[in-house]
Design a binder for this molecule. Structure first.
Ligand code: BGC
Length: 734
């Protein structure tokens, strides 16, 4: 009840606190939502902070800013800040958004600007009257398999973040898509840690290059909605290290992420914010992270002293548990030096990123520009996956043959709605959305009539229209009431099946007209086996964003060839996947899920991880490795030649999987470890170099409690998707 109430308050996005946070032992003289007054007794105190010498890591974090000067400035500030000011810096300022942003107040007299945070993963999460570009959700962008495109998207989102007067972007969501029914599947990129890492690295690089701090969320193992606030996710250390963490590590090491958001859930019996193993031993100790960790909202902080000690620096969105920190200092439960460690990280972030030398203003004219809207369309187009395209009367149904197609009938629950994702924290409000129907109608122009039939069941007259049409397009899939964030949106999906009315609609359309194209929208995999056998053309279009309808038309009419590849497996049936348990207090995550699970259990997917067709065809011709014997510090290099054997240019994604042959421990049959994309002209061939640092083949070694590369033989398998890897080469790791 309390949860629902607090979350409803959150979604209002207003400055007013509609409820009072718990105030057990907070100092009544201080109100976190106002500037912290200087406590008289405090201001007179003599306090000496711990000395701090800049390190290689703080230098790296600070980038081009002068880290030595900044660290000295932080030390001065820690000396001068009062306890009340320090405490106010440890938490957000209001339960709702202030001027559209989640606020952490600064301290004007020391030029500490504070943070102004905004979600999120598919564009700047503003609510009306504000607007921003609604990009396709991350799962569709993940399907582009193009980190450079993702970097451009992130730059655009960051520019719009600044144009909302914000300086921290609460993105990327990078939790493993362990099961397609996870309500926030749409927010994340992938079922696979390597693919996820590559996309998240690009996002962070892009956004931070525009001076906007990112927040890697939700750290870690947060892949269930309905029980997200309490569930205890159990897994062994090896699964954690190899499956649920590597993408976070990469975003820190390869793109220097500024902050991390701890998950709501428990991991092995400890809430993430209390989990020192996660936030301190691994994140800081092993990975050398020098940024700050914030809590997830409202119910993400479970202690004061305990959370600070575990490594949680900032309580969001409002000071609640952390209000008790100054009395904890007075009572000797924690030292001020310990609190300073958190403050140092947050001040470092603010000053290294130059947040103190900016003005924060709302610039609506800098959002939804022609460029960002074109980019949203491009990103959707590049993500859409063509799953099937079979001939009807001797010719592939797609792209539509504009010379002969004169009439199109459009059906389906998603045909004429703004189907751009859930209403959770990542929701974006664009000023307009082009629906699939609008996009198709606009593109058809004078060359074909487009008739929409807006009914779940077909009347006799509608059947006649369907029968008479040159092409029928059913736009269906999931919509916002099916899946989304917990509490504030629809939560986890009840089933991987389409609603029965929609499958009936597809069957009815097919019964009347074999020239039926099905466009599936939604956050991730939908099972299709019970109805797709006779569907000639099938597309997966995710939640395609504000310009999604145009992107669908681009592909359907062949103005662009499809090049998206599934970032998740579409199984024959849900029973082929590990169970999804969103009811139990404790759930166990095993080592395998997705394609690794399907391959290990020898179940062929309906559509494989990495799969997608184009309007041309390719053949994988040859592979050559630079060196067939490598050591743990080397980088494996495989040169692969791919030929476009068809009649149209094609963007192909060569995928490299690695299989450990003769390993002494249980392994996945193979793991994705590199991919590269090329546009290949018709008839031409391209040579692509795929690189894998040998260190990325490491597995968790319980004996030494570290990641180790097993010496031995590894097979490199390269091909167009996880089920087809025709090129093989063997290497030996010494
Ligand atoms: C979500 C976070 C989000 C935050 C602020 C929480 O409910 O889990 O992903 O950033 O709200 O909107």
């Amino acid at each position: 009840m309390r949860t629902r109430f607090l979350f409803s308050a959150l979604t209002l996005g207003v400055a007013a606190c509609t409820t009072t946070p718990r105030t057990d032992d907070r100092d009544s003289a201080i109100d976190a939502s106002t500037d912290a007054p200087v406590e008289p007794m405090d201001s007179a105190r003599a306090y000496e902070p711990e000395p701090f010498a800049p390190t290689e890591r703080t230098r790296a974090y600070c980038g081009s800013a002068d880290d030595a000067v900044i660290e000295a400035r932080i030390t001065d500030a820690l000396r001068s800040l009062t306890r009340a000011e320090k405490r106010a810096l440890m938490g957000g300022a209001a339960l709702g958004r202030v001027e559209g942003v989640w606020l952490v107040r600064g301290v004007a007299r020391l030029n500490v600007p504070g943070f102004r945070m905004i979600d999120g993963p598919r564009g700047v999460a503003v609510a009306p009257p504000h607007h921003a570009t609604a990009f396709p959700t991350a799962s569709l962008r993940g399907a582009s398999w193009d980190p450079s495109l993702e970097e451009r998207v992130a730059r655009a989102i960051a520019d719009e973040t600044r144009a909302m007067g914000a300086n921290v972007l609460l993105a990327p969501t990078m939790n493993v898509l362990r099961h397609p029914r996870w309500g926030r599947a749409q927010e994340t990129y992938s079922e696979d840690t390597w693919h996820m890492g590559s996309m998240a690295v690009a996002f962070v690089r892009g956004a931070q290059s525009r001076g906007v701090l990112t927040s890697l969320k939700h750290f870690a193992a947060n892949s269930i909605e309905d029980t997200r606030h309490t569930v205890d996710v159990q897994m062994d250390e090896r699964t954690l290290r190899e499956v649920y963490l590597p993408h976070f590590r990469r975003a820190i090491h390869e793109s220097n992420a500024a902050s991390v958001m701890a998950g709501y859930n428990q991991l092995n019996g400890r809430y993430c914010d209390l989990n020192g193993h996660l936030l301190t031993d691994i994140l800081r100790g092993e990975w050398g992270f020098e940024g700050f960790v914030m809590s997830d909202w409202v119910l993400g902080t479970h202690g004061s002293v305990e959370s600070v000690r575990a490594g949680l620096d900032l309580e969001m969105p409002v000071l609640n548990e952390y209000a008790a920190l100054s009395s904890a200092v007075s009572m000797g439960l924690i030292t001020e030096h310990e609190i300073d460690r958190s403050l140092r990280r947050m001040l470092r972030a603010q000053w290294c990123y130059g947040l103190d030398s900016r003005t924060y203003e709302n610039h609506p004219e800098l959002r939804e520009t022609a460029d960002t809207l074109a980019l949203a369309r491009e990103a959707a187009r590049r993500g859409i996956v063509l799953l099937k395209n079979e001939p009807v009367a001797g010719r592939a149904l797609l792209p539509l043959d504009t010379a002969t197609v004169r009439s199109i009938v459009v059906l389906g629950r998603a045909a004429n709605i703004a189907n751009i994702g859930d209403r959770g924290s990542s929701a974006v409000s664009p000023s307009a959305t082009v629906t699939a129907l609008q996009g198709l109608t606009q593109r058809a122009g004078m060359s074909a009539t487009v008739t929409a039939i807006d009914a779940a069941t077909l009347s006799a007259a509608a059947r006649a229209q369907v029968r008479a049409a040159d092409v029928v397009i059913v736009v269906t899939g999931n919509v916002e009431r099916d899946e989304g964030e917990g509490e504030i949106a629809a939560g986890d999906r009840a089933s991987m099946e389409l609603p029965s009315e929609e499958t009936a609609l597809i069957r009815d359309a097919l019964a009347e007209n074999p020239r039926t194209v099905v466009v599936l929208e939604g956050g991730s995999a939908i099972t299709t086996a019970s109805w797709d056998a006779n569907v000639a053309a099938l597309l997966w279009a995710g939640y395609p964003g504000a310009r999604g309808g145009e992107a669908i038309a681009d592909i359907v009419f062949g103005d662009a060839a499809p090049s998206g590849r599934l970032p998740f497996s579409m199984p024959e049936s849900e029973g082929d996947l590990p169970a999804f348990d969103n009811a139990s207090a404790r759930v166990a995550y095993g080592y395998l899920h997705g394609y690794r699970h399907l391959q290990a259990t020898r179940r062929a997917p309906r559509y494989a991880f990495g799969f997608g067709l184009g309007y041309s065809a390719v053949s994988y011709e040859s592979i050559a490795v630079a060196s067939s014997a490598v050591s743990a510090t080397d980088v494996i290099e495989a040169r692969v030649t791919v030929r476009n054997t068809g009649a149209r240019s094609m963007r192909e994604t060569a995928q490299l999987y690695v299989a450990a042959m003769g390993s002494t421990i249980m392994r996945a049959p193979m793991d994705l470890r590199a991919f590269e994309q090329r546009e290949i002209a018709a008839g031409a061939s391209e040579t692509v170099t795929l690189r894998v640092p040998v260190s990325e083949l490491a597995v968790w070694d319980e004996g030494s409690r570290s990641m180790r590369v097993e010496p031995g033989t590894y097979e490199l398998r390269v091909g167009p998707d996880s089920e087809r890897t025709p090129l093989r080469a063997t290497i030996t790791v010494r």
